[in-house]
Design a protein around this ligand. Structure first.
Ligand SMILES: COc1ccc(-c2cccc3nc(Nc4ccc(N5CCN(C)CC5)cc4)nn23)cc1
Length: 293
């Protein structure tokens, strides 16, 4: 019958995965490029494989991450392809489509995109995030490093390592500790009270939009720009004080006024004042030439 285990396209056998190169370290996970080559003649397909990093990693949240990606179907979200079990089903690896152009951090500095192209990418990130929020998931780690480039006209959100479900009727997801957190992408209420919400994702989108507009220039990256003295030691407390004094990332010079306004609304101190991804999509649609034909 067609449903024999090895006819299940979402079952990948470890023995046919040929290591190619490391792609990056996400949260509690490492992503690697493999060639899945069952015919053993190098005619196989490249796949991105995410594995739990530490042996003592939290297996329960790892299985949850796999379930979340498996349930998402959207053109601006990286495709789940399947799983690969190891050690008799103990360790599970997540198999995804491979996007050869890497993340925005790899792509933007090389490709000097026009403003309309940058805004088209920003709008696509909003489309993916609106879909994620419609399923009541909060991403909690939206940043240029986690947005992958499929082509000059398509980007996809590529890592869901910190994504959490917000139950109906609740607004926040509270974390116990920060761990190695991307504090410069965190909304002020996340830094002060560990409160994550759909609105805190919108703040992180604002920082991601800033990264797009600066073409991920390492000299202008958020940590550098938020420092007062470049060599200064930025602590979470110093960052909170700066944000409370309404210090924000500087808007790049070639940024259209309506984009500057939209970005600053994402960084409103009061989460309720921030736009939703639905309203951000409408704002981008209203800007002439955001989707070059
Ligand atoms: C946070 O780290 C990652 C790394 C990879 C992924 C991921 C998930 C699902 C699919 C997928 N496709 C690619 N492609 C890719 C291609 C090239 C690179 N390089 C990174 C290092 N550069 C020096 C060269 C390009 C990285 C990722 N990465 N990727 C997600 C998060």
């Amino acid at each position: 019958s067609e449903n024999l285990p090895d006819k299940d396209p979402s079952m990948f056998h470890k023995r046919y995965l040929k290591w190619m190169k490391d792609l990056g370290e996400g949260h509690f996970g490492k992503v690697t490029l493999y060639l899945y080559d069952p015919a053993n003649d190098r005619t196989g397909e490249p796949v991105a494989v995410k594995a739990l990093k530490q042996e003592d990693g939290n297996v329960e949240s790892w299985m949850k991450e796999i379930e979340i990606l498996k349930s998402l179907y959207h053109s601006n979200i990286v495709k789940y392809k399947g799983c690969c079990t190891e050690l008799g089903g103990q360790v599970v690896q997540l198999i995804m489509e491979y996007l050869p152009k890497g993340s925005l951090k790899d792509y933007l500095p090389k490709r000097k995109l026009s403003m309309p192209q940058c805004l088209m990418f920003a709008q696509q990130i909003c489309e993916g995030m609106e879909y994620l929020h419609s399923k009541r998931y909060v991403h909690r780690d939206l940043a240029a490093r986690n947005v992958l480039v499929d082509s000059d006209n398509l980007v996809k959100i590529g890592d869901f390592g910190l994504t959490k479900y917000i139950p109906e009727g609740e607004i926040y997801y509270r974390v116990r500790e920060h761990g190695d957190s991307p504090v410069f992408w965190y909304a002020i209420e996340c830094l002060k009270e560990n409160k994550f919400s759909f609105s805190s994702d919108v703040w992180s989108f604002g920082v991601t939009l800033y990264e797009i507009l600066t073409r991920c220039d390492p000299r202008k990256n958020p940590p550098m720009e938020m420092m007062e003295e470049p060599q200064g030691q930025m602590t979470v407390m110093v960052l909170i004080k700066l944000l409370e004094r309404n210090r924000r990332l500087p808007c790049p010079k070639d940024c259209p006024p309506e984009v500057k306004m939209l970005m600053e609304q994402c960084w409103a101190a009061d989460p309720r004042q921030r736009p939703t991804f639905r309203s951000l999509i409408e704002k981008f649609e209203g800007i002439p030439r955001t989707s070059p034909h």
